[in-house]
Design a protein around this ligand. Structure first.
Ligand code: IVH
Length: 675
């Protein structure tokens, strides 16, 4: 071990503690880690080593002694925190065979009697604790800080793999079962493709996508995310099982999702064989794993071994090192997305990595390129880890060729030549030529036609053809396309033209919130569009809104507000909206079943008076969209008088006389927007 003075050790311990807390926060709360798990484990190992050598500097609050917290109160969520009945701990981990043998020797020294191990995959998701009572799912908590977790039951009930009701023999009256919620690769790729399409940053890996999804405030959105679950730890009082394997088999019998890949083995050598086998096999699994968990199988021996402050002594994790490949960087493409964002993408000499051939890797933005000091011709390290989008993690400077040259980030859009701009608050460069940059325009058509937007039968190839023939320039042009124009396209028959026209016709019924999303306003993804539709009720009210009106809405920050304001101020946007309205698209929420926002005002009659942050017409539409009825005058049937600014004094007096509650716009919004 390297020599280190006492003062240097103290400083280094302080530094590592701060550093690790920050990485814990990035990982568990922001779902946006900035270092790999391997790098994190190295820092943690260093801190553990120093605290062991200098116990006088080891404090209770050290990250070596508590688990990273995923509690989201700090991020402004409204999940209730609930105490765990039994603390929810982490696992010790190792990358080293000798340490694993030492884990076995320590167990042999501590327990009396023979033991076996349960070898299991280490699923790379986010931990969950489910409580069942009388065979019914009662509650789902995240790990939180290990002693209390966020109650995410309302979201978890939307994961099909998790049974709400158990069936079978001898189900304990109450028990907890813990496991992992994860996102299979296929769902992850689909979600990221949608996010990129929406101009949102993709999730770095399936784990971040899973934990981000679990904390969504909208359970309906959560249902679309394709999450899965596997459970691996049963807890309860007086459970009748002797081994962990037996307990999980029983749980499987009650209908709970238990891994089919676990294996009970009799020795640490057999556990090592399992590790070796799965180091290869895991690459063919449809979901991410980051290691193998080895647990003493006998429950009585688990009790004898007990816990440290942070993890059980009866289990440990073998972590797989992220696979890396070293390959030359051939060139860099600068891709322009539909929102104008420019992404540098590295073209690599094709190289085999984790079962696939990698040819391209994202370089994110100019800052990242500068940080890596990347040169064309460099040998670069590419990593996938648990991730599907390969990333460049470093440059092998010893292999830098003499003629390697620093890439020049373009000053102008590679597609239309307009000088690029960079928002001071964002790392990305943008092409500001929204109105006539061809890639951006084509991208907007593809987005507009997308399944979650207007659902028109026009993919990339169709848009390309229509554009090349100059049949379309702005979005509303789609609604003027003729059958003759369509059948003249390469490979199109009358049938395809008719299908296309039918999908255009059907898109006129698409509810306002999806139309708003389809318009492709920067930073307005699917969720934001829903929030805005719910708040303003119509495009006119949204376009008339000021910055203050926008930022006071929950989940709408300054960046989104500014993007909306810039959009609504442009003549192109106004023209586009008017022409789409004339074509018959929904530009306001209506009370048809398709665009019902909620039933919260079902059976209630509301009378409005005065001015609101949205027009009076929009307010009436909003009431109807939430199932309520509008009335012009107060009567015994009126549920509320909704009073805006300058509400009529006569109405207010009458309401008081009839005992009708008077509510403000913000009361009303709470009524319709609360969960
Ligand atoms: S056992 C006290 N088994 O890995 C028992 N954990 O890095 C602790 N994990 O917090 C958990 N697969 O979220 C266990 N088969 C498995 C697992 C597993 C994934 C997660 C779990 C844990 C983390 C530790």
């Amino acid at each position: 071990m390297a020599k280190i003075s006492k003062t240097a050790a103290k400083d280094r311990i302080e530094f590592l503690k701060k550093e690790l807390e920050q990485h814990n926060y990035n990982y568990y709360v922001l779902n946006n880690p900035t270092i790999t798990d391997f790098e994190f484990d190295l820092l943690m190992g260093e801190l553990q080593g120093l605290e062991k050598r200098f116990p006088e500097f080891a404090t209770e609050d050290s990250p070596t002694r508590h688990v990273g917290s995923d509690l989201s109160s700090a991020a402004g969520s409204d999940f209730v925190q609930v105490a765990h009945r039994w603390p929810m701990l982490s696992l010790g981990n190792t990358y080293d065979k000798e340490e694993l043998l030492e884990f076995d020797r320590r167990i042999a020294r501590t327990v009396s009697g023979p033991y076996a191990f349960s070898c299991e995959l280490k699923f790379d998701g986010t931990a969950i604790c489910l409580t069942y009572r009388d065979g019914q799912l009662l509650r789902a908590l995240t790990r939180g800080d290990g002693t209390k977790g966020d109650d995410v039951t309302r979201n978890v009930v939307n994961i099909p793999a998790i049974p709400k009701q158990l069936h079978g023999e001898s189900i304990p009256l109450e028990f907890e079962i813990r496991g992992e919620i994860y996102m299979p690769y296929a769902a992850f790729e689909r979600l990221n493709a949608e996010r990129i399409d929406d101009g949102q940053d993709p999730f770095a890996n399936p784990r971040n996508a899973a934990s981000g999804s679990l904390k969504l405030q909208d359970p309906a959105e959560m249902r679309t995310r394709g999450l899965d679950c596997v459970l691996y730890h049963l807890l309860g009082e007086d459970l009748p099982f002797k081994t962990h394997t037996e307990a999980l088999q029983a749980a499987r019998g009650w209908g709970l999702p238990i891994s089919e890949y676990s294996r009970r083995v009799e020795s640490i050598e057999a556990a090592l064989d399992y590790i070796e086998e799965w180091d290869t096999r895991r690459k063919r699994l449809p979901f991410a794993t980051d290691g193998i968990v080895i647990k003493v199988d006998e429950l009585e021996l688990q009790r004898q071994l007990g816990f440290t402050a942070k993890s059980p002594r009866w289990a440990t994790a073998w972590k797989f090192k992220p696979e890396q490949a070293l390959t030359p960087l051939l060139s860099i493409d600068y891709q322009v997305g539909r929102t104008g964002a420019v992404t540098p993408v590295a073209n690599l000499e094709p190289v085999q990595l984790s079962g696939t051939v990698v040819k391209r890797a994202s370089l994110h933005n100019k800052d990242q390129m500068d940080l890596l000091d990347i040169h064309i011709g460099d040998y670069v390290y590419v990593e996938k880890g648990g991730e599907i989008i390969p990333k460049i993690t470093g440059v092998e400077l010893s292999k830098r060729p003499a003629d390697a040259r620093r890439p020049v980030f373009p000053a102008c859009c590679p597609d239309c030549g307009t000088p690029l701009v960079r928002d001071p608050d964002e790392a990305r460069h943008y092409c500001p030529n929204q109105e006539s940059c061809p890639v951006q325009i084509k991208g907007r058509f593809i987005h507009f036609a997308g399944r979650k937007a207007m659902d028109i039968l026009a993919g990339e190839a169709t848009v390309e053809m229509l554009w090349n023939r100059s049949y379309i320039h702005t979005l509303p042009d789609l609604y003027s396309l003729t059958r003759e124009q369509l059948v003249s396209l390469d490979g199109w028959q009358e049938k395809s033209a008719d299908n296309f026209l039918a999908s255009l016709e059907a898109s006129k019924q698409v509810p306002f919130e999806r139309v708003l999303y389809a318009l492709g306003i920067r930073h307005v993804g699917e969720q934001t569009a829903k929030t805005l539709a719910r708040h303003f009720g119509s495009i006119d009210a949204l376009m008339a809104a000021g910055r203050d009106d926008l930022v006071q809405i929950e989940d709408i920050g300054g960046t989104v507000a500014d993007a909306i304001l810039a959009w609504s101020a442009s003549d192109a946007a106004r023209d586009c909206v008017e022409r789409l309205r004339a074509a018959g698209l929904q530009m306001a929420v209506t009370d048809t079943a398709g665009s019902r926002l909620s039933d919260r005002l079902e059976g209630k009659t509301v009378v409005i008076s005065g001015n609101f942050s949205i027009s009076r017409e929009a307010m009436k539409a909003l009431i109807e969209a939430h199932g309520g009825k509008n009335a012009g005058s107060l009567s015994g049937k009126t549920a509320w008088l909704l009073a805006g600014e300058k509400a009529g004094p006569e109405k207010l007096k009458k309401a008081e006389k009839l005992g009708i509650p008077v509510i403000s716009e913000s009361d009303f919004r709470q009524l319709i927007e609360s969960e």
